[in-house]
Ligand binder design. Structure first.
Ligand SMILES: C[S@@+](CC[C@H](N)C(=O)[O-])C[C@H]1O[C@@H](n2cnc3c(N)ncnc32)[C@H](O)[C@@H]1O
Length: 376
């Protein structure tokens, strides 16, 4: 795989593509509607665009999703799609494939395959913008390397300082924990972790703890660096674990955004894929509210069970408080592992754990119309 132009897509690559596609399908209308200017999509580790077993690569999936979207014809702005690939033969293959598959693209789509290193290209673009005192257009950046040596916290944080920047990263944690004991790897690891953090990772007793620490510190470092660089908006993170048949972690998908809408869309996309039992799960160990439930596999097909659990978490957070449905909904998205569904509140209401302080209007369409509520 390391040297060939094409290779076989394994089940987790396919599942990752389904999350990407589900996200882009929902992301496209939001961006296409709300930005009449320019939007940017970067695939920083683009690959060749296809696999030997017939599956399409991420650049083709992204192009198709945008171009075939029902909203696309109405969009009056420009879309720039940049595909960066370091191996010239893969970049050439991808470019030829795009030309064949999308021979008649409208002018509002600008695409380019760049042969080169993701980090260098991103840095050059950001430096160029800063020199001209310009800001990056709303940009979604997919960072999908084979390993972890191209992950650079400083650069990714600089990118996240831009307004409306979103990152979607395949974080190959397995490599890190296997090699973190070997000092030869510490130079690459130092782009992600401080010296004490590498020691902290190595100190963990179980495989699982090592993986969790590796991810937690990675997200913490990105967030801390972004804050140090001066961004005060809250950065939301989501992570999703790809699990092999023998229950080993293959990689984490990590998503970072400062936009609530983006967070909701990605959580929904991960939720939909997470319903396929077995191969993916949300990371609940990042939920510091309830460390006792670490590592639990959630079955989202069992609506009763997950919505009861979600209700319990909300009750813990709001017990004795007066609040609004809106606030509870936002809290569910941003501070719990759950997605928001009306059923969560209905279950709480049935158990008399919440009561509404204003009556539902006759033709209420949304939960906002219920007004205030109290967790009793
Ligand atoms: C996991 S594959 C990408 C697969 C593709 N994103 C997809 O989902 O179909 C990683 C790709 O990144 C390329 N690559 C490795 N190092 C790179 C770098 N520093 N900059 C850009 N591309 C790189 C590899 O040649 C390989 O094609």
């Amino acid at each position: 795989m390391a040297e060939s132009i094409l290779w076989e897509a394994d089940p987790h690559t396919i599942a990752k593509h389904r999350i990407l596609q589900a996200y882009l399908e929902a992301w496209a209308p939001i961006l296409l509607q709300s930005h009449m200017g320019r939007i940017v999509y970067i695939d920083g580790f683009a690959g060749s665009g296809e696999y030997t077993n017939g599956y399409e690569g991420s650049p083709i999936i992204a192009l198709k999703t945008i171009v075939n979207h029902a909203f696309f014809p109405k969009f009056t702005g420009d879309i720039t799609m940049l595909f960066i690939e370091i191996k010239p033969e893969r970049a050439e293959h991808l470019e030829a494939l795009i030309k064949t598959k999308f021979s008649n693209l409208p002018n509002k789509i600008h695409w380019e395959v760049k042969t080169g290193d993701f980090g260098t290209n991103l840095k050059t673009s950001l430096d160029g913008l800063h020199k001209e005192k310009k800001r990056l257009a709303p940009t979604f950046c997919f960072v999908d390397p084979f390993g972890w040596k191209d992950i650079d916290v400083d650069l990714l944080s600089e990118f996240m300082l831009e307004n409306k920047a979103e990152l979607f990263i395949t974080f190959m944690v397995g490599f890190i924990d296997r090699f973190s004991g070997d000092e030869r790897n510490h130079k690459s690891m130092s782009k992600i972790y401080g010296k004490e953090q590498i020691d902290e990772i190595n100190k963990q007793k179980t495989q699982e703890q090592k993986e969790e620490t590796t991810l937690k510190l990675f997200i913490k470092n990105i967030k801390d660096t972004i804050n140090k660089k001066g961004k005060t908006d809250r950065i939301y993170d989501l992570s999703f674990a790809a699990i092999s048949r023998n229950n080993r972690l293959i990689y984490y998908l990590v998503y970072l955004t400062s936009h609530l809408k983006g967070l909701k869309v990605m959580k929904e996309a991960m939720f939909a894929i997470g319903k396929d039992k077995g191969s993916f799960r949300f990371n609940d160990f990042l939920d510091d509210q309830d460390p006792g439930r670490q590592g639990t596999l959630m079955d989202y097909n069992d609506v009763n069970s997950w919505q009861n659990n979600a209700g319990e978490d909300l009750y813990k957070a709001f017990e004795g408080k007066k609040t609004t449905v809106n606030e509870v909904e936002n809290y569910t998205w941003t501070d719990t592992r759950w997605i928001f569904r009306k059923g969560i509140l209905q279950r709480l209401e049935k158990k008399n754990l919440i009561r509404y302080l204003s009556k539902r209007k006759k033709n209420a369409l949304t939960y906002d119309d219920y007004g205030n509520l109290e967790f009793v």
